[in-house]
Design a protein around this ligand. Sequence first.
Ligand code: PAF
Length: 324
Amino acid sequence: MTFSRTALSVLLAAGLSGTAFAQTTTLKIGYATTKESHYGVGSTAFCDEVEKGTQGRYKCQQFPSSALGGEREMIESVQLGTQDLVNTSTGPVGNFVPEVKIVDIPFLFRDYDHARKVMDGPIGQDLLTKFPAKGLIALSWTENGFRHMTNNKRDIVKPADAAGLKMRTMENKVHMDGYKTFGILPTPMAFPELFGALQQGTVDGQENPIPVILSSKFSQVQKHLSLTGHVYSPALLLISPRVWNKLNDADKKVFQEAAKKASVAQRKKVNEDENNGIAQLEKDGMTVTRKVDSNAFREALKPAYAGYAKEFGADNIKKIQDIH
Ligand code: PAF
């Protein structure tokens, strides 16, 4: 075996200082939006903390902008262990962990304080414990945000204005059941296909939180934004059991703490985008409808709520609504 001069001096230095070469494991983390978006900010906070807390034994390679596929595909890959981590909305999660579907009910949460309190409290934390049985480990609730409608036809103030619009939705039955009561024609589609579909007019509109509308530049292909806030979109940091089960207890703790920091950073970015993004979208040419008739939307939803009560239990829904 021959060594170059440099390699030899590195080997000698390591031997003299008594340190063995620590191996670095690079973890692949994917998410749907850009590196500068809320998902990127949360994921970067997570990755920085993991690298710091494990003294560089673990670091991340980030794959923003759906580079590893749509959210459903990424979750499948994390389950299989071909992708290490995903920062994803709950959109497709109910197809893997059905208990989570309850938090996708439209008009369930009053505002951000309410939603965050529920996710960080016993109900949200109990939901995280349901993932291992489905081949996934949930580290923390991050956040996507309250979803608003955009379209190319008209301003939406009440359900009658939304009626007849062909709207892309997530692949989420709880959402679709609700949106049908608004008269919308829901068209489920993976997010990576959405910009093209809006551009080509395959669908009239879509619904997403302000941070997504901003970072995905939907103002280039959508004219009307209505601040419907019709559903909260929670998000999660999921890790593959293949990675998790190899971590020692101290490293598990580092990952869990890092995930908490990710959640704080991601929510902070959601707040900033909510505060500054709407004016930006207006500057970019969108017509913004701020006064939405939420009561009319809630009223329209009543038949869907009867279905939700059957599926999730009226008492479980009330438990969430009653948290202040
Ligand atoms: O609309 C969606 O599919 C989701 O909100 C997105 C943009 C992938 C972020 O989680």
